[in-house]
Design a protein around this ligand. Structure first.
Ligand SMILES: [Zn+2]
Length: 333
C-alpha cells in the first residue's frame, strides 16, 4: 500500500516543518519527534519518501556513492571507470531490536586473518548513506546504539573496528527518531545532540480533527485514488524543496541576526554554542524554504522552539513551554 501523502497530513505544522527543513538541509542534525500514540508521527516520516529526490550514483556500490562527491568510499575512489544509475533517496527504518552488528556492519575476521583482505558485510548505516534513517520508539533503543547513530550522523562516517582491523565507509544521513515520552525518555546527553526536537499532541481543533478523520477514511478506502488526488500538492512541495536546496548556499545572514541568536541563547540559558549555531543554520534553511536569500529575525523566532526547548537547563520564562511569550522584548531588551 502506498504511503499516506505528506501534504495530506492535517495540522502538526511544527513537526512537518522540522522534517522538511532537514530535507532541504541534511546538515541540521536530524529530528526527534516526541508525542503520544496516534499523532501521525510515523505517517509523516514515512511520507517523506515520496518527497525525496532522485540522484545519480555509482552502480554496484553498497553505499550508493555519488560520483565526484568528497564522500565517496575507498573502492569508488580507486575506480578508473564506472557506470552510473539513477537512485531514489529513501527512508531506511532501523528496528529497535537491531544489534550493533546489524547497524554498523561486520568484518569477516577469518578472511581478514587468513588472506589479509578486509571483507565487510554492510549494515543499516551503509544503506542509510545519503538517505533518512528512521528509528521508531528510539527511546527503547539501546543507549549505546543511539550514541553510535548520533556519532556517525555528525561525522558522516561509520568506522567498524575489530581485533586491530578497521574499516570505514561514508554514512551521511538524516537521523529521525520518534518516541512516546510516556514510555521513558532519552537521556539528556542524547537529546541534546538532535538538531531539532518537536512535540506533537492530538489535534484539539474540532474542524481539523474531523477533517483528519475524513481524509484518513478516504485514504483507507482507496489509497491509490487518494494519492493521485494529492499528487499536485506533492509535486508542488517537491519543486519547493528543490528550489530551497538551490537557494540555501546563497542565503545571507545579516549582522544583526548573530546578535539576536546570542541574545536568545543567553536569555534562555542554553548551554554551549552548538544551539546558537543550529539556530542560525535552521533560520537560513527556513529562509530558503520560503524562497528568500536573506534570513530574517522572524525565521529565527520561528525555528527557536525546535532548536532550543530541549537544550534549556531550566525554564527562564513562566510559560507552559518555558519559551518567552514575547520574543521581540527579549531581542530588543
Ligand atoms: Zn562507493
Amino acid at each position: 500500500m502506498r504511503n499516506y501523502p505528506f501534504c495530506a497530513i492535517v495540522g502538526q505544522q511544527q513537526m512537518k516543518l522540522a522534517l522538511l527543513l532537514n530535507l532541504v538541509n541534511p546538515a541540521l542534525g536530524g529530528v526527534l519527534i516526541r508525542g503520544e500514540k496516534g499523532t501521525a508521527k510515523s505517517t509523516a516520516v514515512r511520507g517523506l519518501e515520496d518527497l525525496m529526490d532522485e540522484v545519480t550514483v555509482i552502480e554496484g556500490c553498497a553505499f550508493h556513492c555519488r560520483p565526484g562527491s568528497p564522500d565517496m568510499c575507498d573502492e569508488c575512489r580507486s575506480k578508473k571507470e564506472y557506470k552510473t544509475v539513477p537512485y531514489r533517496r529513501r527512508v531506511i527504518e532501523l528496528p529497535v531490536s537491531s544489534t550493533e552488528d546489524r547497524v554498523v556492519g561486520s568484518l569477516d575476521m577469518e578472511k581478514a586473518i587468513k588472506k589479509g583482505e578486509k571483507v565487510f558485510e554492510p549494515g543499516l548505516l551503509a544503506q542509510a548513506n545519503g538517505n533518512i534513517l528512521y528509528v521508531d520508539e528510539i527511546n527503547l533503543l539501546d543507549d549505546h546504539i543511539v550514541d553510535v547513530l548520533l556519532d556517525s550522523a555528525a561525522m558522516g562516517v561509520n568506522t567498524v573496528e575489530r581485533e586491530g582491523v578497521s574499516y570505514s565507509h561514508p554514512a551521511r544521513f538524516v537521523l529521525v527518531g520518534t518516541m512516546n515520552p510516556e514510555e521513558g525518555d532519552l537521556r539528556p546527553q542524547l537529546l541534546d545532540r538532535f538538531g531539532l526536537v518537536t512535540e506533537v499532541r492530538g489535534e484539539q481543533d474540532i474542524a481539523k480533527r474531523s477533517e483528519l478523520i475524513a481524509r484518513r477514511l478516504e485514504y483507507e478506502k482507496d489509497p491509490e485514488g487518494f494519492c493521485k488526488k494529492w499528487e499536485p500538492q506533492q509535486k508542488a512541495m517537491r519543486e519547493r524543496l528543490t528550489r530551497a536546496q538551490e537557494l540555501l548556499p546563497k542565503v545571507n545572514i545579516p549582522e544583526s541576526l548573530y546578535t539576536d541568536a546570542a541574545k536568545i541563547g543567553i536569555a534562555l540559558s542554553v548551554d554551549g554554542h552548538r544551539a546558537d549555531i543550529t539556530l542560525l543554520k535552521a533560520a537560513m534553511t527556513l529562509a530558503a524554504f520560503n524562497g528568500r536569500t536573506e534570513a530574517e529575525r522572524s525565521d529565527l523566532i520561528a525555528v527557536a522552539p525546535m532548536v532550543l526547548t530541549h537544550r534549556m537547563r531550566r525554564q527562564p520564562f513562566d510559560t507552559a513551554s518555558g519559551l518567552p511569550a514575547d520574543w521581540e522584548s527579549v531581542l530588543n531588551g
